[in-house]
Design a protein around this ligand. Sequence first.
Ligand code: UD1
Ligand code: CA
Length: 461
Amino acid sequence: MNRKVTHVVVLAAGKGTRMKSQVPKVLHRIAGLTLIERVLRTAAALSPATTTLVVGHGADDVKASLAALGKLQFVVQEKQLGTGHALLQAAPVLRGKTGTLVLLSGDVPLLRPETLLSLIATHDEAGAAATVITARLPRPFGYGRIVRAGGRMTKIVEEKDASPAQRAITEINSGIYALDLAPLFDALVSIGTANKQGEYYLPDLIAIYRKQKRPVATWTVERAEEIRGINSRAELSEVSAMVRQQKNEELMAAGVTLVDPATTYVDSDVVIGADTVLHPFVILEGSTRIGAACEIHAGSRIVNSTLGDRVCVRNHTVVSDSTVEAGARLGPFAHIRPGSRVGEDVHVGNFVELKKASMGKGSKANHLAYLGDATIGSGTNVGAGTITCNYDGEKKHQTVIGNNVFIGSNSTLVAPVTLADGSYIAAGSTVTKDVPAGALGIGRARQENKDGWVAKRKERK
Ligand code: UD1
Ligand code: CA
């Protein structure tokens, strides 16, 4: 592969008026990833020497959302005067550099790296000053049209500026280009605003280069979906559905059973082992990883969490930012909140909530419990209705429960408190003192039975 140095610029300053949103358009998400993250992943496949984002609307939010990526440069376009003006803002970063600039739109999330490689190959072969990705659309409304004479592209006209004959052209401008850096910035300066929208149109570059007798070229994508832009919530949902369907197909090809793909929602980065079964209405989000031969039942939602092999998640369970080890059983109606670790073969049953809690191998909390800021060893049984009182109104405190502990039902464990290995807690206890290994902790009012009390009460009446 004979490749010149590649630089990438992404235009992302626009407001996205039609989204009707406080959130900048490029921060809306499709299957867990923002539009801009998707575009930047595609760009990264080109191993560019530099990647520059032109930001404007919501610039600080866009920058903050990408802080973890590093290696990006940002230039601010204060006023959105058009795509030609937007690219000009990158001059301080790129002027004087040579090689190929790949220009991307922050709102075109489905573009594949392979397509960009084809674009660059065409651009190099043609020795072009500018190469445009085009597509044929049966309904080209809204896009810039590729005007050709004798088969060669002569200019691009925007919908609003097009004559009726030009509007009938079905070959459209994707807004994605390969551009030779050497002549670029001088040419950009000569773009004017004599058009219906009074904007600096980047596509005017084509006519300018033709006048200068510089070669221009096109690369037409086969599947036009790839260059779809997101301009509205309706388009966001349509493209989301396409991404979701593709993810589902990949999962099934990799040996995952989806009982009803139409109601299964799996984010793009989720990884799932073979022979796992997803029942209807399962939602798997973010960086979630699910092992092999798991069963996830209807209505469950798992966010940024890791599940080992053979985990069974019964209906309506929520797991977030936690780890669940092999063979564990959760739910129905379990809530595993961030920072929890559910160990091997652990059972967490209905209406049990964990928060920053760890349960060792084979431990059980089968019914109605709150375990927060707690460390629980292995082989321990947490009775129904057990509550760790972790909060004193000001601070959180730890509860430490050892191995093979038995906690009777309806116990309240007032933290900080430690129940050592093998200890027993009598049902209904309020535990405020540490319980030594092997001891019985009992903390409740002693029961008294008053013989004949019922009959005596009747006599009194
Ligand atoms: C643009 C093209 C059109 C093409 C279409 C493909 C122009 C004039 N028209 O139209 O030929 O068919 O894309 O989707 O370029 N942006 C800025 N600053 C600005 C204006 C836009 O950063 O001042 C950014 C937007 O945030 C967006 C991208 O540039 O990411 C495209 O702008 P948009 O207004 O969506 O252009 P279109 O009207 O779709
Ligand atoms: Ca657009």
